[in-house]
Design a protein around this ligand. Sequence first.
Ligand code: MN
Ligand code: MN
Length: 295
Amino acid sequence: MEHIFPEDTPTYFADAEASFNESDIVLFGVPFDKTSSYRKGSRYGPDAIRKASWNFESYNFKTNVDLQDHFIHDYGNLSVSNEISANQMIEAVRAFSTSIIEQQKIPVAIGGEHSLSAAVVESFAKNVCVLFLDAHADFRESYQGERYNHACTLRRIVDHVGSDKVFLCGLRSAGKEEYNELTKQNISVSDSYSFFESKKGDIIKEIQSKFLNQPIYVSIDIDVFDPAFAPGTGTPEPFGLFPHDVLRIIDALIPQIIGFDITEINPEFDQGQTSFLGAKMIRHILERLLNKGVV
Ligand code: MN
Ligand code: MN
């Protein structure tokens, strides 16, 4: 990463300088990619996203929010590594996000592999709805003998909240059995092909009516974006979504958002652009939450 980010770039997320206690928003990194099956390296994602975050102005004229004026805490990385099991990583994430949620703060988890999202969702009460943005279904019961494999994330989330509380957007890859299971369990899906064929506003309305007046957690697997925008990821899938489309969806749901994550950024496979997209995405969502008075 030395050639991508200036050497003296701080190691915490830009403008997240407040203490845990005084902050309404808590960022934390999960440097773990042990179950990644294809191109490992998302364990370097949290630090790359932090470094990338210093590229941006603290003020955004579009949201009229200056992040420097707000109380945001970057906890740093949880002490997890590939030396521990996926179950131990899940335990660590669940314990930490529970401590954030108990204090009515908004958790922002930075991956690392996507499996961590299940642990954050499990920290919320079962009435939370989940917008799952992913090229993949992540709906296998287990994968390579591991129930908390990153190929099982949506399945674990459904175990907690139920199949009627999730919406999968951006799908363009699933095993046959996996896809049949999605259908059998009646999971709401907007695949990336129908996404491009339909009016974006219609899909937003569909998500809004499904999640009407309910709290929403947003889980972003960076591979939901087209690899043209996000090449730095373990399992890139062409025919993906555009960043502006995802912004529109998230903006429409902002008043209901109670936490989010961004996962699967692998800085070893690009020139930093995926980390910049991830960092800007985090900043944008934070600005919208603050601008709308959600926090
Ligand atoms: Mn995923
Ligand atoms: Mn994926």
